[in-house]
Design a protein around this ligand. Structure first.
Ligand SMILES: [Ca+2]
Length: 372
């Protein structure tokens, strides 16, 4: 089912696949849809601490963004807590670019939709052809009653459950989309400044094009997330996450049933609720996952390790993931409000994740970049 292949977790991906097979029996993702985008335009976004150019002035077209100076850094991680797709660590160089200070908010996305009439993937009814065209051979067609517009919503169980079955806390919810994050009975009331969620990669690209921007590469994203702290485990440095002085919107309590919200938020948080990193970027760790432009390749770092310094890598030509051979995936970074160390430690700057590009979920958003 659309979205189910994208579940970030600390569990075996094989179990995720098994869960997929049992979940809908038939389909798990859609083909990318044709993108609808309007003409290029600049977003009128004002962020108090937006960065400045080398001359100390922020051009109007870069409002709400901060300039990230180019440089070399250690991409990935060889630490014991790193996942295989983070290894080996290797040197990468990126050119300077500008990046949104916060994840794209509901308020910003609403401006885009009002200007273009764009309809997100989660708001469209999938077709049988779309489902089967990118499903494993022999997949039976889904029941027509399953072909409804919707998205996957995090729905915490009432008590502790085995962590090997993501269906226990992810619910396919008809009517869930960016305007109704928990389904038809929910709204964006008092969430205008929260990150937009339930956006697919296609939706994010459409927004970026309209805004005259683009999605970051994984290399740009990780360089920016580190905020000038090379090879540190967290975007804020070396200290582990704190309950008394939370550094990010992560999961506090026992995942997935006991959310103490000691960091102040049970789900998403407004974009400047926690301290920014060294480049003035908010929520590069946690809050919502952020789409990158790269195709996801689980093993691409192994290829780069033979190169002294890889210059501005933009990802592979095609997606590659032996754990999910039937899918094409785009990369996501940063983890979300569902991350904690007893289940998913992917809020670290080196952590990676792949997801089918037509998938939106209640913990996935994005931010944009722009070249000088
Ligand atoms: Ca984030």
């Amino acid at each position: 089912m659309r979205g189910i292949a994208c579940l970030a977790s600390g569990q075996s991906l094989g179990l995720v696949l098994a869960g997929v097979a049992a979940f809908a029996g038939a389909f798990w993702f859609r083909l990318p849809q044709a993108q609808r985008s309007g003409g290029a335009a600049s977003l009128e976004v004002t962020v108090a601490n937006a960065g400045t150019g080398q001359d100390g002035v922020t051009p109007e077209s870069f409002a709400g963004m901060v300039r990230i100076p180019g440089g070399e850094f250690v991409m990935g991680s060889d630490t014991s807590g790193a996942w295989p797709d983070e290894k080996p660590a290797h040197r990468v160089a990126v050119s300077s670019f500008w990046m949104d200070v916060t994840e794209v908010t509901n308020r910003q996305f609403a401006v885009f939709v009002a200007a273009t009439g764009y309809v997100t993937t989660a708001e469209r009814t999938p077709t049988v052809e779309e489902i089967l065209a990118n499903s494993p051979e022999g997949t039976p067609p889904p029941s027509p009653d399953l072909l409804v517009a919707g998205s996957l919503v995090f729905t915490p169980p009432n008590s502790q459950v085995p962590l090997n079955d993501v269906r226990r806390w992810w619910t396919w919810t008809p009517g869930a989309n960016w305007k109704c994050p928990e389904g038809p009975d929910s709204s964006l009331n008092q969430r205008n400044d929260h990150p937009v969620v339930h956006v697919s990669w296609d939706d994010a690209v459409a927004y970026a094009k309209w805004a005259g921007k683009r999605l970051p590469t994984e290399a740009e994203w990780e360089f920016a997330a580190r905020g000038g702290l090379d090879a540190q485990p967290y975007v804020w440095g070396s200290d582990p996450p704190s309950l008394t002085q939370p550094q990010a919107n992560l999961w506090t309590g026992s995942f997935p049933y006991d959310n103490t919200a000691k960091d102040g938020f049970a789900r998403t948080a407004p974009g400047s609720s926690f301290a920014p990193n060294g480049y003035g970027l908010y929520d590069m760790s946690g809050n919502v996952w952020e789409w990158c432009s790269d195709w996801y390749d689980r093993e691409i770092y192994q290829q780069r390790s033979t190169t002294n310094v890889t210059d501005n890598p933009a990802g592979p030509e095609v997606s590659h993931d032996p754990m999910r051979p039937f899918t094409s995936q785009r990369s996501q970074r940063g983890g979300s409000f569902l991350c904690n160390d007893n289940y998913c430690s992917r809020y670290r700057p080196s952590a990676r994740h792949g997801c089918t590009p037509d998938t939106g979920m209640s913990h996935v958003g994005f931010r944009c970049v722009k070249s000088p």
